[in-house]
Design a protein around this ligand. Structure first.
Ligand code: GLN
Length: 225
């Protein structure tokens, strides 16, 4: 039996715009492929064990919750970085995406420390949010993803981090350089709600296959053909 151990990072604090739907979608597609899910929330004052999970989900949130999470994250950042560097599969949406980077300057101007696991940083913008439908294209996978963005933060990627896609419609990471989200090793980040995976089944299956592959390499090939 293929069972995935899934961690919902700070799932009791970060869940704006129905981002939990990403986990429900992963679970739904997993079931269709005969894979079961064992999900647990890892939140404040609980250790994150990088060896334990096949898939980690880190959702979006408001600035208030992000500030709370940021403090706790400083105790988990080494383990989260280890997980990512060892090709652990992770999905970070909006606030979760921001917190995986170096820092996030919130709408009120507070600098919120991130995990520094990915090479990006996020600035704010005055009296504006990027809100609306968004379409991005991932050239590596030859896939187009659709969603809805709603964020104040403007994220800038470091040199070794690829975007999840190039913006065709909408604002993306910062409204300037046409990048959207981040893709580093097996970590997939995005500002897209919708939720992202419910609206983009090809990406769901891609992530799911990678999650299965690490612990069940043979099954990954047979279950996803
Ligand atoms: N609070 C962050 C911002 O406005 C993240 C929002 C979100 O996760 N939807 O940029």
């Amino acid at each position: 039996m293929v069972e995935l151990k899934v961690c919902h990072l700070y799932g009791n604090l970060l869940n704006t715009y129905g981002d939990n739907g990403n986990l429900l979608m992963l679970q739904h597609r997993a079931k269709q492929h005969g894979i079961t899910f064992d999900t647990e929330i890892v939140s404040l004052d609980q250790p994150f064990d990088p060896a334990k999970y096949d898939l980690v989900f880190f959702g979006g949130g408001q600035d208030f919750e992000q500030r709370i999470v940021s403090k706790d994250l400083q105790n988990k950042k080494e383990d989260i970085t280890t997980y990512i560097e060892k090709d652990g599969v992770m999905v970070g949406i909006c606030g979760g995406f921001q917190l995986l980077g170096h820092y996030y300057v919130d709408a009120a101007g507070n600098k919120i420390e991130g995990a520094g696991a990915l090479d990006h940083y996020t600035l704010n913008q005055e009296n504006n949010r990027f809100i609306g439908d968004i379409v991005i294209k991932n050239d590596e996978f030859g896939e187009t993803y659709k969603g809805f963005e709603n964020h104040n933060g403007r994220t800038f990627l470091g040199e070794n981090v690829k975007p999840l896609g190039i913006v065709e419609i909408g604002q993306g990471n910062n409204g300037e350089d046409k990048t959207e989200g981040a893709h580093y090793k097996q970590t997939y980040c995005s500002y897209l709600h919708g939720p992202l995976l419910v609206r983009n089944v090809t990406l769901t299956d891609r992530i799911l296959k990678e999650a299965v592959k690490k612990r069940f390499p043979q099954e990954a090939e047979t279950l996803f053909t």
